[in-house]
Ligand binder design. Sequence first.
Ligand code: PLP
Length: 397
Amino acid sequence: MPGIRGLFIPGPTNVPQAVRLAMDIAMEDQRAPDLPAFTLPLFDDLKKVFKTRDGQVFLFPSSGSGGWEAAMTNTLSPGDKVLIARFGQFSLLWADMCVRHGLDVDVVDVLWGEGVPVETFAEKLKADKTHAYKAVLVTHNETATGVVSDVAAVRHALNDAGHPALLFVDAVSSLASIDFRMDEWGVDVCVSGSQKGFMMPVGLAIVGVSQKALAARKTAGLRRGYFDFDEMIKANKDGYFPYTPPTHMLRALRASVDILLAEGLENVFARHYRLAEGVRRAVSAWGLSLCANAPKWYSDTVSAVVIPEGFDSAALVKHAYNRYNLSLGVGLNKVAGRVFRIGHLGDLNEIMCMMALAGSEMAMRDLGIPVEAGSGVAAAQEYYRETGAAAALRKAA
Ligand code: PLP
């Protein structure tokens, strides 16, 4: 099919040209004497993206899931108790991985459409007088349902209870798109990946680790090999890696971090909010609702749209792909067939969102889903105009 494919899954996201070109290089010598002059400033600048001064950022050639494994194996021991809420496919998979590593996992099941139940966490932490919980795990942005959780509130719950458990956050689909403050929120391990807010191909787990979590590895008894922080620390301090690093990905990461810092993180977050809000206006104009069942849960990187009873969202996503060359996200697990997802993160602007909305609207109408022609598109257009060009023109007048 001629023309470009509209990529509106919530990762991998569109890769900007500067990032693609940065990768298009001859293979490099991973032990070259001048490599540290490139890697050491990159490690430092990555800390700005995590908003950490005291933490350390590790880069593992892996997808984001490897970051989950790194977080637990470097800090915990077999049988250690951890607390996690399960409210979507990714929090579910993280909890599963904890079980497979022999941890004692206290899972709080929450309605898919809500996020971390902070009050329940607070009660459990207060009641845990012996400090049995060694870590509390928070999926900041549940990509399956488009739900964002309040990490700062979980930190307050830990502090209120005087609880020393480590705080792990999965920020795979939020870092570099939705505000995240590693030091301020006292996050001990933050797991991310290259293919979402960083606008790169998949292939790097990007993991921020606090000094407290680094200290925990001295007593952590879980087996670890490839993901051992110790090996990374030894090699990274001089700007190298304990194994052959994917240098083309490091070059891409440099370009990505440059783009993010040039735009300014706060501007990046504001842009994501605005683009997401336009999508939400469209969903509401269609007469549909989001899987996230209250505004406090709305994600600025992905919207999971519930389609009316009697329709199959998988068929819709397939039709959009085949007919309009438009990739939307399918519903996963419990919400399979019930929701389709519009990813609105990364290298994205208003017109790109309009493409996703127009295509979704056409595909829904093709399949007989009762949405009024142009309704969502018009609502988003007006929101983007009102808060963008129209606002700027008013200011200039
Ligand atoms: N956590 C979240 C919130 C995700 O969205 C994903 C993937 O989409 C993962 C973890 C797993 O990351 P990966 O597929 O890169 O291993």
